[in-house]
Write a protein that binds this ligand. Structure first.
Ligand code: HEC
Length: 170
């Protein structure tokens, strides 16, 4: 997976340059922040940074995503999202601890970007998946990983998506 992570890192740097949001990039983990932060500063960062445990997709969206997933991704990642080795190539799971720990330091936007650039692997098949469909599929993946739904939908838009961390807030 190393090349994938390198590509994603490059995309985060590019995002920082474009929107000047480096302070919110996932590489700045909690451990790097000043330990004695005033509570008003803490409140401010809560306004702009959320996580997958904050109800960032709606139930309706994940139902749409499930239908898309079955059409587009299931043949490789399987119905239970656990992947496997039936095909020529090993297909990694997109559910469970291993998957989540791999993505823990990244944002939902990074996962979204990876999917839009790489999945499904065939370019011709990717061309049939719209940005809205990717957002819906992402909602389904988050739901299957045990994260809660909420009132709003995940937008098919990198700017808000990079502010949502893949690692659940404590
Ligand atoms: C033809 C088989 C195939 C299809 C169809 C496919 N994938 Fe994949 N997927 C793979 C393989 C192989 C990998 C591992 C290689 C890689 O990461 O590029 C992978 C990797 C991934 C990863 C990264 C997993 C990790 O451990 O970080 C995600 C997320 C993912 N796929 C999501 C999807 C989604 C969403 C769809 C449908 C839109 C999809 N895939 C369709 C074969 C497939």
């Amino acid at each position: 997976m190393a090349p994938v992570l390198l590509r994603m890192h490059a995309s985060i740097v590019a995002t920082c340059l474009l929107i000047g949001a480096c302070a919110e990039a996932p590489t700045q983990s909690d451990g790097l922040q000043e330990p004695r932060q005033s509570s008003s500063q803490a409140m401010q960062s809560l306004d702009t940074v959320s996580s997958v445990s904050d109800g960032v997709f709606s139930r309706e969206q994940s139902r749409r995503g499930e239908a898309r997933y079955l059409e587009t991704c299931e043949k490789c990642h399987e119905k239970d999202l656990a992947g496997g080795g039936d095909l020529d190539e090993f297909v990694p799971p997109i559910v469970g601890e291993e998957f989540l720990s791999e993505w823990a330091q990244w944002s939902v936007g990074d996962l979204y970007e990876f999917m839009t650039l790489e999945m499904p692997p065939k370019r011709k098949e990717r061309a049939e998946v719209t940005a809205d469909m990717y957002a819906d599929i992402l909602a389904y993946i988050l739901e299957q990983n045990g994260f809660p739904s909420g009132p709003a939908e995940l937008p098919p838009d990198m700017d808000p998506l990079v502010t949502i961390e893949m690692s659940p807030s404590k």
